[in-house]
Design a protein around this ligand. Sequence first.
Ligand code: KIV
Length: 278
Amino acid sequence: MPHKRITVPDILAAKGNRKLAVVTAYDHASARLADQAGMDALLVGDSLAMVVLGHEDTLSVTMEEMLHHTKAVARGTQTALVVGDMPFLSYQASIEEAVRNAGRFLKEGRAQAVKIEGGREMAPQIRAMTDAGIPVMGHVGLRPQQVARMGGFKVQSKTAEQAAYLLEDARIVAEAGCFAVVLEAIPARVAAVVTEKLPVPTIGIGAGGGCDGQVLVFHDILGLFDRFTPRFVKKYAEAGKMLTEALARYASEVREGAFPGPEHEFTISDEEFARFMD
Ligand code: KIV
């Protein structure tokens, strides 16, 4: 039976009715696992730079790398909405560049939507992309692509003024056309107010339980990334430890001659083998 893909209108309709579960995915295997687990959406996050490609932050990942991984995720997904995360400098320089690059995520990557970081200053890009038929997910609060300006990954909107500014940013990006807005690393009470005031779903990461949905990084929740673990992450498995143990067992069985066993070997008939030895 073909699976029915979750659509942008489905995500919009979830507001106030059910919570949305979103996780990042970067390749075919992780996409299949997350899709089979019943996620509403898979985000091919630019966190790819850190958890898959080993960069220090998200700034270095390129359009080509993001597209390469988005294609693999799209091929591994039957039900979840696939959202491609636009990398640093692929949408900031001009509206035209933003629309062209966003379009590549749909046309080449086969994603159903894109995500961009930014508040009011990104409204023209969001409007132009939406007008071109490209659904856009917003992202306010902590914006990892602004790490150089912010001096690190820090909780945002801790003062009343900053919270009001964030609320206005979220309102503006929703008004510009975003079908959902990621709220990253902001106080839970602020996120709950933003959620109440926005007409579109908020997807929280480090923004508390009052959001309309949650997103976390695949490698964080499964214990596959050990460089650091943000406070807002809950680990649902220690897959990293389990995989290392399995690999170590394989290595020692190879060294001891215990692998491969007869059950892993191919056979040849006695007759053919005798002819071969002649
Ligand atoms: O790149 C990313 O993983 C994100 C998050 C919202 C998790 O942008």
